[in-house]
Ligand binder design. Structure first.
Ligand code: AMP
Ligand code: MG
Length: 410
């Protein structure tokens, strides 16, 4: 039987995503959100011509011949600290003391840094003894709008607003932005063997880890976790969780476990009506459940092995959550690195192997499996060292040291 490809499954998922209308928020509440309309500069950057140095604003013609042997002495007639609105007229033979970022006087066409004068800061309110001429007119003057002009696009729709982006907006005088609301996501682990991490374990029980994993991945994808719950393998836990998620206005619910072919597959049994269960040509992550409620809430049924759940999130849930936010580039960047060692891979399924990037030789980083146990999807502690997934094509059966490997960095 031929399996569905990762791309085919992702296409089905993305086709079900419905974006919300944009909301307007102040920039100090926009960290991590996605811009929905192009943001245009309200004011130019820089706002006005200003000094790039602490020193003196001068007329270039006065000092163009200055050398250490033949310094030029100018009379200092004013002082312009940052924030000042002074624009003193400068006559021949005069200079104005100026600090970095202060507005350059209209009459000045160069700035002489203190370092290029005999006295430096010392007698800087009386004379400026210029010992070195700058190379050209305009030296050390930062021109208005040389970074960006008012009205031009600072950031385009689809950009994630991180600290650098928000600072760029602020510097261009933008106070409010149109963004996508944070998606609201419920995370539900299934399994009668699962107990709180740290609780005593009787035979057959294991610590529950997928909900902390998936909640973290959801948060890192710019969404908000509105419900985190564990349900057991009997009864209608998943359907109850869907009802609760709907009450909370969730955009998506992410189940883990209970979707494969065993006897107690509670997500399949409880939600078989509203989800489709497919086999995808990937390893780990072959069984995938997906559906949409009438209200448009996305239902993800990920396999329960922790590595399978993590990989499935990367393949399907993260792209969906980013698409929901209108993000440009819904896929993580990929590079190629040589394999640092060989390993076996399953035939006819694309492998996503938790990996580390070995930088022992900084000039030639290589990629290696994160766990010595290989690709086992149950090796959840090894996930702790992973910093990437090595992605090996379905056709490949064996990776050899030195082979170029596609690497998705996390
Ligand atoms: P399942 O997909 O429900 O058959 O689960 C596959 C494997 O993953 C089983 O060994 C489960 O015990 C384990 N597993 C499922 N859900 C979780 C979870 N939330 N935390 C830790 N392990 C899990
Ligand atoms: Mg289970």
């Amino acid at each position: 039987m031929s399996l569905r490809t990762v791309e085919q499954q992702l296409e089905i998922v993305l086709a079900a995503v419905r974006q919300h209308p944009a909301i307007e928020v102040p920039i100090d509440q926009a960290l991590g959100l996605t811009l929905r309309t192009d943001a245009r500069a309200a004011s130019p950057v820089p706002v006005f011509d200003n000094s790039a140095m602490d020193g003196f604003a001068v007329r270039y013609a006065d000092i163009s011949a200055a050398t250490p042997e033949h310094p030029v002495t100018l009379r200092v007639i004013a002082d312009i600290p940052a924030g000042s609105d002074l624009d003193p007229a400068i006559a021949a033979g005069e200079a104005v003391r100026i600090m970095t970022g202060s507005p350059a006087p209209t009459d000045a066409d160069a700035i002489i840094p203190f370092e290029d004068t005999a006295g430096g800061l010392a007698d800087s309110l009386e004379t400026a003894v210029v010992q070195r001429a700058p190379k050209a007119r305009g030296a050390h003057i930062r021109r208005a709008a040389e970074d960006i002009a008012a009205g031009t696009v600072v950031l385009t729709a689809g950009t994630r607003l991180g600290p650098l982006q928000l600072a760029a907006l602020a510097s261009a005088g933008i106070a409010r932005v149109e963004v996508s609301p944070r998606p609201r996501v419920a995370v539900v682990s299934t399994g009668s063997e699962l107990v709180e991490p740290g609780a005593p374990l009787r035979r057959g029980q294991i610590p529950e880890s997928n909900s902390i994993l998936l909640a973290g991945l959801v948060t890192e994808a710019g969404a908000e976790v509105v419900l985190r719950r564990v349900v057991d393998d009997e009864g209608d836990g998943p359907a109850d969780a869907v009802a609760e998620a709907q009450r909370l206005g969730a955009d998506a619910i992410v189940f883990s476990g209970g979707v494969s072919a065993g006897a107690y597959e509670v997500v399949r049994q409880s939600l078989g009506e509203s989800m489709e269960f497919a086999k995808v040509a990937m390893q780990p992550g072959k069984p995938q459940g997906f559906g949409v409620t009438g209200g448009g809430m996305l239902l993800f049924g990920l396999p329960g092995n922790p590595v399978s759940a993590a990989v499935s999130f990367e393949a399907f849930v993260r792209p969906a959550l980013l698409h929901l936010q209108g993000r440009n580039g819904i896929h993580r960047p990929r590079t190629h690195l040589p394999a640092g060692t060989g390993w076996r891979t399953p035939l006819a399924r694309r492998q996503y192997l938790p990996a580390v990037i070995d930088r022992t030789d900084p000039a030639r980083p290589v990629v290696r499996p994160a766990t010595s146990g290989g690709s086992g999807s149950h090796l959840s502690a090894g996930l702790g060292t992973a910093e990437a997934y090595a992605i090996v094509p379905a056709e490949t059966e064996q990776v050899s040291a030195g082979d170029p490997i596609e690497v998705m960095e996390l």
